[in-house]
Design a protein around this ligand. Structure first.
Ligand code: SF4
Length: 432
């Protein structure tokens, strides 16, 4: 294992000469270019090493990866003059010390101190930053640090908290929630003081906070009045800050994973970075240059690619590996060889992928046994592009989940109509 690790260390130390101020331009370039090429994860891991996940704040906003204004806005609503407060160099300036998971050479974490209301906090992750800023149209970075710290200490998820605040703001805007309901809070887009007060109420389960503390779906059920349309969720889980209208792979995993709403099992982009086709037989190799439009064409290859990501990440999560390192690529990061070295087994990459498939199938079977209908977990219509956006990076895009789901389920040997694992599949995987 040590030999294998030494061999791949050179890939981890790949330098990144770009300053933080350029990261928005990278996003703009990705947005306007009609042609795309498979992205190499080396760039992403060098961003992680330099800034942590927040390195992509402005890139993602410009590119259309970050959902804005409760998934109804676009990069036009949160242009660079607003997002510049999220420049990763500004965050880096507040970092007192980096931290690493045990023996990790990337070290994406940090402890920060800002001049605002709080002294020390964990460096907020990209997900937390965007959920508490762009999704609520909040430009105040200091409030993001503050809320990140409060939510961490309360054991609450920052993505869900930001998403629920954004949902509440939209309800207020549409007159579904009133000033009386909010306990006097003027709940408008970007009103930092009101957003902070609202989330504090959620933590304390006080007044309107009690209604919102269980997330968007639970709140919309209680509020009614058509508010479910603005409650963006998949199976009751608020999705992460990656827009599936920009990368349809995210919508597949948000909607079809046995643990819905997750961004940590796969995406079109992840498949390119994992480079699994270099180690696992029979997986498709992306074309070196393709049109952006082809990403939205629903075909069987999309399902194959998504299923490969789910199997690989189920294996990796099961083995306690970090997804960020795996972005460096399967040929450079010796995932399968490490597992053989650690276990004394001599399994092939394909056999390891079957372990991932078994984990995934067991989780799906568990859900079915407990009465969960996989189709009920599809992400909210707005996040699929129904209706499509009229402007911005994701203008006109729609992901047809009804068409995609049968092929994805079929990749695992699950019933194409219901998502239920077939008897034969359970037998093949030895989990009958
Ligand atoms: S193991 Fe992953 S999460 Fe932990 S410091 Fe390394 S890159 Fe970051």
């Amino acid at each position: 294992m040590k030999k294998l690790s030494r061999k791949c260390l050179k890939w981890v130390n790949f330098p990144l000469p770009l300053p933080g101020g350029m990261m928005a331009n990278v996003g703009t370039l990705l947005r306007v270019s009609p042609l795309v090429f498979p992205q190499d994860g080396l760039l992403y891991t060098s961003i992680l090493r330099k800034w942590g996940t927040g390195g992509l704040n402005q890139t993602s906003i410009e590119w259309g990866d970050s959902p804005l204004k409760n998934w109804d806005g676009s990069n036009r609503d949160f242009p660079t003059k607003k997002s510049r407060t999220l420049n990763p160099d500004l965050i880096k300036k507040t970092e007192i010390v980096k931290y690493h998971c045990y023996s990790c050479p990337l070290g994406c974490g940090g402890i920060c101190s800002s001049k605002g209301k709080h002294a020390h906090t964990h460096k907020p992750e990209y997900e937390s930053i965007l959920a508490l800023s762009g999704l609520c149209m909040n430009e105040d970075l200091d409030s993001v640090y503050y809320l990140n710290d409060l939510l961490n200490r309360a054991g609450m998820d920052t993505i869900s908290a930001g998403a629920t605040a954004a949902f509440a703001i939209e309800c207020y805007e549409k007159g579904i929630l009133t000033r009386e309901d909010t306990g006097g809070l003027e709940l408008t887009w970007g009103n930092t003081e009101a957003i902070v007060a609202l989330i504090k109420k959620m933590i304390e389960r006080e007044g309107i906070g009690d209604l919102l503390a269980d997330g968007t779906k639970a709140a919309a059920k209680k509020i009614g009045k058509g508010s479910m349309e603005f409650a963006i969720q998949a199976g009751g889980q608020e999705p992460a800050m990656h827009d599936g209208r920009n990368d349809p792979g995210f919508n597949v995993h948000y909607s079809l994973e046995p643990t819905p709403g997750r961004h940590t099992l796969g995406a079109h982009l992840y498949y390119e970075m994992f480079q699994l086709w270099k180690r696992v037989k029979g997986l498709p190799k992306p074309s070196p240059l393709y049109t952006k439009g082809s990403k939205y064409k629903i075909d069987r290859e999309k399902a194959r690619v998504a299923a490969a990501c789910s199997k690989f990440m189920s294996l990796a999560n099961g083995a306690g590996m970090c997804m960020f390192g795996l972005f460096i690529g399967a040929k450079r990061i010796p995932t399968f060889d490490w597992l053989n070295a650690a276990s004394g087994w001599t399994l092939t990459p394909e056999e390891y992928m079957t372990i991932g498939e078994r984990i995934q199938t067991l989780k799906q079977a568990f859900n079915i046994k407990h009465g969960i209908e996989p189709k009920d977990n599809f992400i909210s219509a707005r996040a699929l592009g129904k209706p499509p956006q009229k402007e911005g990076a994701n203008k006109g895009r729609f992901v047809d989940m009804e068409k995609l789901a049968p092929d994805y389920w079929d990749q695992f040997g699950w019933d194409k109509a219901t998502g239920k694992p077939e008897e034969e599949t359970l037998r093949r995987l030895n989990i009958k």
